[in-house]
Design a protein around this ligand. Structure first.
Ligand code: ZN
Length: 136
């Protein structure tokens, strides 16, 4: 398994437009686009070879709603880009590392993704991602 880079940090915000006041007004960063994905609005902000993904709940029942209710705004997850996500998951499984997604699934922004369980990763939700092959 090869980890190539930190692809993005997922940051939960209450209101994406309001958060941009800091992320692109206070900091010298730019948002390239937004994408609506599984009840969330995601804003993509490149930072060098990585990016920040601002995550806003739209549906009231998205994957980040529970986090927001419990913790408020903050860093939700870290995503590593791997060379081969299927192989990476098989290796982690063989090492007994608990996974949320045993098989990869389609994520936002043309990425195939899978999450490891935060109980296995010292409390940090970690995502593996790989650019989806048929889109490249
Ligand atoms: Zn992510």
């Amino acid at each position: 398994m090869k980890i190539k880079r930190i692809a993005h940090l997922g940051i939960v915000v209450r209101d994406l437009d309001e958060a941009l006041g800091f992320f692109t007004g206070g900091l010298p960063l730019n948002m390239t686009h937004t994408e609506d994905y599984q009840g969330m609005r995601i804003g993509f902000i490149p930072v060098g070879d990585s990016s920040i993904e601002l995550l806003q709940d739209l549906s009231g029942s998205s994957a980040i709603k529970g986090y927001l209710d419990r913790n408020g705004e903050g860093i939700h997850h870290i995503a590593f880009e791997v060379e081969d996500i299927g192989e990476a998951l098989a290796e982690l499984k063989a090492r007994g590392i608990r996974l949320i997604d045993e098989t990869p699934r389609q994520g936002a922004h043309g990425m195939t993704i899978a999450f490891m369980h935060p109980k296995a990763t010292h409390g940090i939700l970690m995502e593996l991602c790989e650019p989806t092959k048929d889109r490249h």
